[in-house]
Write a protein that binds this ligand. Structure first.
Ligand SMILES: Cc1cc2nc3c(=O)[nH]c(=O)nc-3n(C[C@H](O)[C@H](O)[C@H](O)COP(=O)(O)OP(=O)(O)OC[C@H]3O[C@@H](n4cnc5c(N)ncnc54)[C@H](O)[C@@H]3O)c2cc1C
Length: 310
């Protein structure tokens, strides 16, 4: 067995990448197949995700648009559809600022195929990224031409006033933590998550070093009696897990794996949600293993974006 420290990384370099590259990078964490990423792998990967309907992976690509409609009624009709999982700001009577993931935008257009704004948004996306929509047959929506859509660059989003910036600027963060921490993280419902799958990953394989990796517990000092007891338990559980794998699938064998098991998760959320998460998860009431990664994350975010996180 291997014992490692927890860690946290802000994946802001992903923001410079195209939608398929970002989505592939995050999606492959589930299968721990990052070794398959090359310069040509992103589009086939996202095409497969769209085809299989593994739609949560498509949530990892959020884009911001400005929308101008010729008529105020078009804007009113769009709001009546109660758009889900989109962040929307009104710029003026006929213009909106909209941020949404590939998934949210697609589902909005599928649910309301005659809504000119919903359709114009996916049309804009489809022009640049047709592979997300190859399994969808869109009917006609003439009124989509009544709407003008512009996709915003990262630099344009970063230049938004603070109250809009915190809603429209998204950031992915990768945590390597124990499974108790990820169980708490996934309670933050407005985020998107992709996590290493114990159903797919077979830790007896060479790529995992033929062993189970555990996160060093924050609670026990190395050398203490409690730490020795913890390590002994992990060793026993690893043995049972590897034994079960001889005759069973990873999803069956994982039933003996404990909370201390190492896992990787990418959490994608806007600045506003990160502010909320940090407030809850750095407080003295938060669980110590959670604080162990959230305190450094708060510090890193304050250094990178001082106007938002200090
Ligand atoms: C110190 C601490 C102790 C905790 N202890 C426990 C515990 O003992 N047991 C336990 O179960 N949990 C516990 N939790 C988890 C906690 O209850 C929340 O689920 C978690 O912190 C997410 O926070 P939230 O509710 O603010 O955010 P989210 O659930 O992420 O919600 C954020 C926003 O999303 C909106 N939202 C999303 N879905 C809905 C919905 N269905 N209805 C209405 N609004 C919605 C709301 O506007 C809300 O403000 C604890 C958390 C902390 C920090």
């Amino acid at each position: 067995m291997r014992i490692i420290e927890p860690s946290v990384t802000i994946l802001d370099e992903l923001d410079q990448q195209s939608l398929p590259v970002r989505i592939e990078f995050c999606g492959r964490i589930c299968y721990k197949s990052e070794d398959r990423i090359d310069t040509k792998s992103a589009i086939p990967f996202v095409r497969k995700m769209a085809e299989y309907g593994h739609n949560s992976v498509l949530e990892m690509g959020v884009t911001t648009f400005t929308v101008t409609a010729r008529s105020k009624d078009t804007i009113a009709a769009f709001f009546l559809h109660q758009p889900k999982y989109l962040f929307i700001d009104r710029l003026d009577e006929q213009s909106l600022l909209i941020s949404g993931s590939v998934r949210a935008l697609t589902e909005m257009a599928l649910a309301h195929p005659n809504d000119p704004i919903a359709r114009a948004l996916v049309q804009k996306l489809e022009t640049a990224h047709p592979y997300f929509f190859e399994t969808i047959t869109w009917g006609p929506c003439q009124q989509a031409a009544e709407v003008e859509v512009q996709r915003m660059s990262l630099a344009q989003v970063e230049a938004l006033p603070r109250e809009q910036l915190i809603k429209h600027r998204y950031l992915a963060v990768k945590f390597i933590v124990n499974r108790a921490v990820t169980h708490e993280l996934v309670r933050h419902r407005p985020c998107t998550f992709l996590q290493e799958s114990q159903r797919y990953c077979r830790y007896s394989a060479d790529k995992f070093g033929n062993e189970v990796t555990f996160i060093k517990p924050v609670f026990f000092h190395e050398g203490s009696a409690e730490y020795a007891l913890w390590a002994e338990s992990m060793e026993a559980m690893e043995k049972q897990y590897l034994h079960l794998l001889e005759t069973s699938t990873p999803q069956a064998a994982r039933t003996v794996l404990p909370n201390s098991c190492k896992t990787e998760i990418i959490v994608y959320a806007n600045f506003q949600e990160w502010q909320h998460i940090l407030a809850l998860r750095t407080s003295p009431a938060a669980e110590p293993s959670m604080r162990e990664v959230m305190m450094p994350l708060g510090k890193m975010l304050a250094e990178k974006y001082p106007a938002i996180f200090t």
